[in-house]
Design a protein around this ligand. Structure first.
Ligand code: FAD
Length: 262
């Protein structure tokens, strides 16, 4: 399979927060204006750098949640105001250094620095016609949302299924939009949730972590020859990728992105 464009890592540039909203009680979606943004593919990420008043800096990686944005034609100079907004969604880690600031400290109008887009491996492009299985653990849904938004914007007919493991419904990112995308897709897009700690009233599954047996019924089978994109905390990605291999999915059809953690 041909993977996406991989450019040299660009320079740090200023990004201005132009909008923000709570995604859940512990996560926030941030919309940045980044002048001269060169466009990005669904699944890519940016490096974000914040600087304290004493000059101390810290950088972290954050996936782009917004759908694919075309690169400007090569003969056009970068515009000072791209008019393109780049959306990130950040989950706050209690003991984290950067995420609490992004979720609770950054205000609309503030600037920070970004570098990107980064990554040409974990990407989905509308030219792909095979069925796609997306599997998210927690905030690992962010780059997969970019793929779903790109799929929806293209009116793409191929199946794209999301299996989303999350602590409870109140922690699920993009819940209403996911419902809308699935409803408008004519059956191409489906969304299944696995709740690990709290389930909605009347749920037919008791809470608990995803298992190999559930994966075998909720995800597209190897016989459908899907490409699978798997993203989340290290331990989640490790377990699920092993299960996918055990279920007969070829390693070259499994793309993983690890967000860190245990
Ligand atoms: C390619 C890539 C894309 C990412 N995209 C996103 C995204 O879209 N949204 C998002 O919220 N995060 C994303 N992350 C994670 C993000 O880069 C940071 O690691 C995270 O925000 C924690 O940073 P922090 O400074 O708050 O915590 P730190 O101060 O770095 O760490 C605090 C503690 O939390 C642990 N920890 C670090 N990261 C995680 C994690 N992801 N899960 C659980 N424990 C962790 C550390 O081991 C440490 O014990 C992404 C990571 C990568 C590599």
């Amino acid at each position: 399979m041909t993977r996406g464009r991989r450019s040299a890592i660009p320079e740090w540039q200023a990004a201005r927060l132009v909008a923000a909203h709570d995604e859940t009680a512990t996560a926030r979606t941030l919309v940045f204006d980044i002048p001269g943004w060169p466009g990005h593919l669904a699944g890519q990420h940016v490096d974000v750098r914040v600087t304290a008043p004493d000059g101390y800096t810290a950088s972290r990686e954050y996936s782009i949640a917004s759908g694919e944005v075309d690169a400007p034609p090569p003969d056009l100079p970068a515009m000072p105001d791209s008019g393109v907004n780049v959306e990130l969604s950040v989950e706050e880690l209690d003991d984290g250094e950067v995420s609490p600031y992004l979720v609770r400290g950054l205000e609309v109008g503030d600037h920070l620095e970004v570098r990107g887009p980064v990554g040409g491996y974990f990407v989905w492009q509308p030219s792909q016609t095979e069925p796609v299985q997306l599997i998210a653990g927690g905030s690992g849904v962010v780059p997969l949302m970019s793929m779903l938004r790109t799929h929806a914007a293209a009116g793409h007919p191929s199946p794209m299924r999301l299996l989303y493991s999350v602590r409870g419904p109140q922690f699920a990112f993009y819940a209403e939009e996911l419902q809308r995308i699935a409803a408008a897709s004519g059956g191409a897009v489906t969304v299944d949730y696995v709740y690990t700690r709290t389930a909605p009233a009347g749920a037919d599954r008791s809470v608990g972590r995803l298992t190999l047996e559930e994966l075998s019924t909720l995800a597209l089978p190897a016989s459908a020859s899907p490409t699978t994109y798997l993203c989340g905390p290290n331990s989640f990605v490790e377990s699920v990728s092993q299960w996918l291999l055990a279920l007969g999915h070829p390693a070259e059809c499994i793309f993983t992105e690890r967000f860190g953690g245990a």
